[in-house]
Design a protein around this ligand. Structure first.
Ligand code: GRF
Length: 190
């Protein structure tokens, strides 16, 4: 059983995919806490609706990234979290965080890594003119989108795609991939 903490910053549709899979018995996990760096985001509402404890840690209230990360570590540790999922969490984590949860932090990224790391992955794919892109779930190391890959899904780029249409097509596959990847971690297949 995975003891999960999920970090979010926005709409939380990947969080919802996790919550639904747990509720339906498709994923052997327990979401112990959802932590957001922003108040009033849909992700927090989704967690509350599922009866999962939520904590808001506004990054602007901390003078350094390290102080913010230490607060996250404290919140997650106190909640009994063993694995951390970054589900649309828009802050880069420092070694303070990554060393506390070494090898236990999982991220989802909207491209087939190592292609198009960093921000605007879908726009990068359109600009480069690739015909296939996708999404990746990987363990987080100290680089940006560089850690060991757990699972990937391919998504076609279609004529006439915009950032919005491509983002939506990838997001649908992210929801499937997230559950598939966490199931692999839960089963010890990584
Ligand atoms: C996803 O595209 C994810 O790959 C990226 O941020 C987005 C989060 O979407 N890291 P949501 O908050 O899960 O709906």
């Amino acid at each position: 059983m995975l003891e999960l903490g999920v970090l979010v910053s926005g709409s939380g549709s990947n969080l919802q995919a996790i919550l639904d899979a747990v509720a339906e018995g498709r994923l052997d996990a327990h979401v112990r806490v959802v932590v957001s760096n922003k108040p009033d985001v849909l992700a927090i509402e989704r967690a509350a609706r599922a009866g999962v404890p939520t904590v808001v840690v506004p990054h602007r209230e901390f003078s350094t990234r390290e102080a913010f990360d230490q607060k996250l570590v404290d919140v997650l540790t106190r909640a009994g979290v063993e694995h951390v999922v970054l589900a649309g969490f828009m802050r880069v984590l420092t070694p303070v965080f990554l060393r506390a949860f070494a090898g236990k932090v999982i991220n989802i990224h909207p491209s087939l890594l190592p292609a198009f790391p960093g921000v605007r992955a879908q726009a990068q794919a359109l600009e480069r003119g690739v015909k296939v892109t996708g999404c990746t779930v990987h363990f987080v190391d100290e680089g940006v989108d560089t850690g060991p890959i757990i699972a990937q899904r391919a998504v076609p780029v279609l004529d006439g795609d915009t950032v919005e249409t491509l983002t939506q097509r990838i997001l649908e596959q992210e929801h499937v991939l997230m559950v598939e990847a966490l199931s692999r971690v839960s089963a010890g297949l990584t």
